[in-house]
Design a protein around this ligand. Structure first.
Ligand code: F6R
Length: 606
């Protein structure tokens, strides 16, 4: 997490740094800071909280300098305050850092022994002093190569020097970093999004690489300090997507955009004329794949779980799933006939990337399902299936979740058809239903008022539960995650049939419980489980789909009916009321919906 920016220009940079930092706030927002170089001095300003505080606390117009670095922080070492905020500077060197230095304690001991004085509790400050120390005995490039080798852990760095009036050094290991090219100025940024208002010409650093950025030239080096050439990419411009428009929050906008983002996704993968699915350039023969392993974190992991149900329903492939932070450290039995699928909105999540890296090192078949196609996970996978959602800014994932499950559903259908496991008639029918899905999502979004009215009960409760079986179970997990991350109310997702094995003890009079019971194969079983919680005093919000048949259950507190479609697609519709429930709960509490406490959009630390 944390966002970094650097600009070397022919004109004053503080304004552009502030603007870029605002774009990077999705990566961290507990403190912010800038350092510029002017008249041979490093000037540093830092504040706790948002970039806005930095603007309010300092007269940034007077912060001169044609070169500078900036940072938004998501605390790892040391509490979020202005002392621990980046940049960290000695008299000669100033550093911004995203990542974690794992050997900082040892390095600090060594540097204290050399007489260096530390001001903060951060791991980053050791980098400042280590460079300062190495510069005593080596030329700049050698000192940097040496310093980077001494650091263990992950980093993206931006560094400026008192005595180098137009130089920024960028370095990457584990955490993403991009270089941008502008007219008479060049940039360094955690991602292309931060740089997009200034340039669409980007180069991504790979692990181990570092670069020297001046206003009129950029040079790249490998980890041994040897000069290398790198490609410049031209990015597409979809700037309008970064605007909230008339919406109060990005999350509200992103929820409402879902009919459109699904339409785009379907258009990319479904051939309307032949009513077939196209997955272009799939690099493997279909009989080379005997099993599938899906890996992700958080909401993306829930997408993996959802996909497992679909793959198992539609194909006879063996399907396993794992949380990336577990997968990367387990003793894995890698198999050549397994397709490893990495699901990630940002494409930069450190644990997911590490899991991918492990698979690549073992020469496995790797496929990325991502939103950001320029991301590290996309670039380093053998094959990429983009979800085509456009930028997702709200920290809580909404449209990316539906985008991920859309692509995974499409893939399960296609593999089923290629493996001749689905009848052609059923395949055609399911594609037809899929094309109708955006319209049904649009209608389901109209349930807005009903959900708004219900949401305060969840806020007032000590905790809540989300229950579902089969296809609805991953959605129950996702609904609980959304509620807890946005409204800070304890929420648990459970398979409805598992309640009696322990969690039922939590049910008490008046506890809100969401039961997802669409009229699918699991309907009757879920309704029985619902009775068990009703009997113990729970306030049940039943979410089902429209049907002519009456619900055979009494004492339900509230009922919400989504539109109707085939069983496979009901999870898409059930997700909508849960996203809205979380949104309105947080709205009523006045919480920061797009930036919930302690969280960041792109989790680039372990
Ligand atoms: C929850 C949420 C997170 C992310 C997780 C993985 O709303 O957004 O749980 O899903 O941090 O992020 P990506 O998808 O970028 O790998």
């Amino acid at each position: 997490m944390c966002g970094i920016i650097g600009i070397s220009s022919h004109k004053s940079v503080s304004n552009s740094i502030i603007n870029s930092l605002k774009k990077l706030e999705y990566r961290g927002y507990d403190s912010a800071g800038i350092a510029t170089l002017a008249d041979g001095l490093i000037n540093e300003v830092k504040s706790e909280g948002r970039v806005e505080n930095l603007e309010n606390n300092f007269d940034l117009k007077n912060l001169s300098g044609n070169i500078g670095i900036g940072h938004v922080r998501w605390a790892t070492h040391g509490v979020p305050n202005s002392v621990n905020a980046h940049p960290h500077s000695s008299e000669n060197v100033s550093v911004v850092h995203n990542g974690i230095i794992e050997n900082s304690t040892l390095l600090k001991k060594y540097l204290l022994g050399k007489g260096h004085k530390f001001k903060s509790q951060t791991d980053t400050e050791v980098i400042v002093h280590l460079i300062t120390e190495n510069l005593k005995s080596s030329e700049l490039q050698e000192a940097i190569t040496k310093t980077l080798k001494q650091l263990h852990g992950s980093f993206a760095l931006g560094i400026i020097f008192k005595d180098m009036p137009d130089l920024i050094i960028g370095a990457r290991r584990g955490s993403p970093l991009a270089v941008g090219y502008g007219p008479n100025e060049n940039y360094l940024g955690s991602d292309s999004y931060a740089l997009k208002s200034m340039t669409n010409k980007i180069t991504y650093l790979e692990d181990g690489e570092f670069c020297f950025i001046k206003k009129d030239q950029v040079n790249f080096f490998n980890e041994d300090g040897i000069k290398i050439n790198k490609k410049v990419l031209e990015l597409s411009s979809d700037q309008q997507n970064y605007d909230k428009g008339d919406f109060k929050h990005f999350m509200a906008k992103e929820i409402e955009e879902q009919p459109q983002t699904l339409k785009t996704g379907i258009k990319e993968y479904v051939d309307n004329i032949n009513n077939d699915i196209n997955i272009y350039n799939f690099p493997w023969k279909i009989d080379e794949i005997k099993s599938i392993m899906l890996i992700g974190c958080g909401t993306a992991y829930h997408s993996c779980l959802m996909a497992k149900y679909w793959f198992e329903e539609l194909t006879t492939l063996d399907v396993n799933i794992d949380i990336a932070s577990e997968f990367r450290y387990r003793k894995n039995r890698f198999k050549n006939d397994t397709l490893y699928i990495f699901v990630s909105q940002s494409g930069e999540t450190a644990d997911t990337y590490a899991a991918l890296d492990l698979c690549n090192k073992n020469n496995m078949k790797t496929c990325a399902v991502v939103n950001v196609i320029e991301s590290s996970i996309a670039r380093d996978s053998n094959f990429v299936l983009p979800i085509h959602c456009g930028p997702e800014i709200g920290v809580a994932s909404t449209k990316a979740f539906l985008g991920q499950i859309l692509v995974l559903y499409i893939m399960s259908l296609k593999l089923s058809s290629l493996r001749k496991e689905i009848k052609d008639k059923d395949y055609q029918e399911k594609i037809k239903d899929l094309k109708n899905l955006p319209k049904l999502i649009e209608q389901t979004l109209l349930l807005d008022n009903d959900i708004q009215a219900i949401s305060s009960t969840f806020n007032e409760a000590k905790g809540s539960m989300f229950l579902g079986r089969g296809f609805s179970f991953p959605i129950a997990l996702e609904g609980a995650l959304k509620l807890k991350e946005l409204s800070y109310v304890h929420a648990e997702g459970y398979p409805a049939g598992e309640m009696k094995h322990g969690p039922l003890a939590l049910i008490e009079e008046g506890m809100p419980v969401v039961v997802l019971a669409p009229r699918d194969n699991y309907y009757k079983k879920t309704i029985s489980n619902m009775q068990e919680v009703v009997a113990r005093g729970a306030k049940v919000l039943l979410i089902t789909n429209k049907s002519k048949d009456e619900i055979v259950s009494e004492n339900i507190w509230e009922k919400i009916e989504v539109e109707t479609t085939n069983d496979d697609l009901l999870p898409f519709l059930l997700t909508i009321p849960l996203q809205k429930l979380a949104y309105y709960s947080a709205l009523k509490k006045g919480y920061d919906i797009d930036k919930p406490r302690n969280l960041a959009k792109s989790v680039t630390v372990e």
